[in-house]
Design a protein around this ligand. Structure first.
Ligand code: NAD
Length: 513
């Protein structure tokens, strides 16, 4: 850890061996049992965080509700100014925070820095947004009436996030929700608790300097039972949950039961269609980065390549060749392309998936396996694998959160490839590689990809914050980040004002007294 500057990074982020997770200000209120965070990089204990108890939670939610009542009175540009300062601090601490993300989660240091850059970008976006948050004006059917809509802060927003983007997903939600005037309570993943603590510390420090009321940024820590405290709590009008489809189905039902709103960002099963007109060189770069980046643990990771038979062998050889170049090892060492999986459960899922694909009749092209020996002591390092498979295989239909890529052949025209492409329950990210305008437009048309994200001549992963991010079908339908995703963090009010001395009714109804 010392070798890669982790100790220094932890110090700069004010992370100690024992951090009490629960907090709604710079002070910590955790009383629960301690949960340990081990690095998948070297298996070392990084630190401990106390799990939020029901009593801790009650303090947090009450403080959030109280804080919200004040915060909603601040003007949106004033709230934006606080986010601007928070962003300055993120810029200052980009390197240590990126390093901690890399060390606690296992993605490469470059990707850790990239994640913090996404936080910076969304904060910039949110600051601009704080002078927009536009509503429409309408023409009333009644004379002397004015109609318009305005957007008000919603209340307390609960954010539940996954381990694989331990800081960016929080910021996509919270930066927007803050300028919208909401209080946010965040439960990060129990697999990456220290990155959450580091972020909360930065926010709490800047918020206190600006006299932001307590509870506008709060942190609760622990497993799903802590998440459940929020999903069942009617004081929280919106739950934004990022994670597996399994989790989303439970959360959606808990929130719907009390008629709350949920924003769901769930699993993907992302594919690239490679047509006879594809640029093969770019295809290989996009596909390999998409499949092995973050060790196959992005919601937008490329899992399936749907390749036309006329270029199938060429693509197959180019990709298998490229896999030979991939260096696997400590993600803090910038020479490595791929770090470890998050934990040993994840390694077991990966091995099971490889077994299943063989059992279902798949043909392994690049053997997987767990790496052993020096540098691989954590037991979480695996080899990226490629298998030829059929789309209908049960294992291909599932999202295995690991670097396994399936090659699927198509024979007919693009419609056939699109049918195969859409024939999965998930609908997050998709791409087509083609220089043929007709094919590209067909893929993007109403009869094309059914995903929330559809790209041409780039891969499935690596979205920018400017667009709305999310997917359809069992991916959950939520949208976060850019475009008008902010609207979910506010409540819309339609206002009609009569400035005449009459009281005409809508639809011409007469009601004479
Ligand atoms: P996970 O579903 O195991 O956990 C995600 C979060 O949900 C954790 O904080 C967990 O504690 C919490 N949780 C689990 N069950 C809960 C419940 N019943 N009530 C309340 N909270 C609960 O997912 P993971 O392994 O951390 O992350 C990987 C998954 O996340 C993948 O499926 C990936 O595709 C998905 N993901 C999706 C997006 C997206 O934007 N669509 C982004 C990142 C990750």
């Amino acid at each position: 850890a010392t070798q890669y500057g982790i100790d220094k990074a932890l110090k700069e982020l004010d992370i100690h061996a024992e951090n009490h997770g629960t907090s709604f200000s710079q002070n910590f209120y955790g009383q629960g049992k301690m949960i340990s965070s081990y690095s998948p990089v070297d298996g070392q204990l990084i630190g401990k965080v106390s799990q939020t108890t029901a009593e801790d939670y009650e303090k947090v939610i009450q403080e959030a509700e109280k804080g919200f009542k004040e915060w909603r009175k601040w003007t949106a540009p004033q709230r934006g100014e606080v986010v601007r300062q928070f962003n300055d601090e993120l810029r200052r601490l980009k390197a240590p925070l990126g390093k901690l993300v890399s060390y606690e989660m296992g993605k490469s240091y470059q990707e850790g820095l990239g994640e913090v850059q996404e936080m910076i970008d969304i904060c910039d976006f949110a600051v601009g947004l704080s002078r927009q948050l536009y509503g429409l004006t309408m023409h009333s059917e009644r004379p002397g009436h004015r109609m318009y809509e305005q957007w008000h802060p919603l209340g307390v927003v609960g954010i539940i996030s996954a381990f694989n983007f331990p800081v960016a997903v929080w910021s996509w939600n919270t930066a927007l929700a803050w300028v919208c005037g909401d209080a946010c309570i965040w439960k990060g993943s129990e697999k990456t608790p220290l990155t959450s603590v580091a972020c909360q510390k930065i926010a709490a420090r800047i918020f206190e300097q600006n006299n932001v009321p307590h509870g506008i940024s709060s942190l609760i820590t622990g497993d799903y039972t802590v998440g459940e405290m929020m999903t069942s709590d009617e004081r929280i009008p919106l739950i934004s949950a990022t994670g597996s489809i399994r989790m989303g189905k439970v959360v959606a039902q808990a929130v719907a039961k009390r008629l709350g709103k949920s924003l769901l960002e769930l699993g993907g099963n992302n594919a690239i269609i490679i047509t006879p007109d594809a640029d093969i060189k770019n295809t290989v770069i996009g596909a390999v980065f998409g499949a092995v980046g973050t060790c196959g643990q992005r919601c937008t990771s490329t899992r399936r390549l749907i390749i036309h038979e006329s270029v199938y062998d060429e693509v197959k050889h180019a990709i298998t060749d490229a896999y030979k170049q991939i260096k696997i090892g400590n993600p803090l060492d910038e020479n490595n392309h791929m770090g470890p999986l998050i934990d040993k459960d994840s390694v077991a899922n990966y091995l099971n998936a490889l077994k299943s694909v063989k059992e279902e009749g798949g043909n392994i092209l690049v053997e997987g396996g767990v790496l052993e020996g020096k540098g691989y002591e954590s037991g979480c390092y695996v080899k990226p694998a490629i298998a030829e498979a059929e789309n209908h295989f049960k294992i291909v239909q599932e999202e295995t959160f690991a670097p396994i890529l399936y090659l699927i052949k198509y024979k007919g025209d693009l419609s056939e490839a699109i049918n195969v492409h859409n024939d999965v329950v998930q609908g997050l990210s998709s791409a087509i590689m083609t220089n043929n305008l007709r094919e590209a437009e067909q893929f993007l048309s109403a009869e094309g990809s059914d995903c929330g994200i559809a790209n041409v001549n780039i891969g499935t992963s690596g979205a920018e914050i400017g667009g709305a991010f999310g997917g359809e079908k069992e991916t959950g339908g939520g949208r976060e980040s850019g475009s008008d995703a902010w609207k979910i963090y506010m409540r819309r009010q339609t206002n009609t004002i009569n400035y005449t001395s009459e009281l005409p009714l809508a639809q011409g109804i007469k009601f004479d007294l």
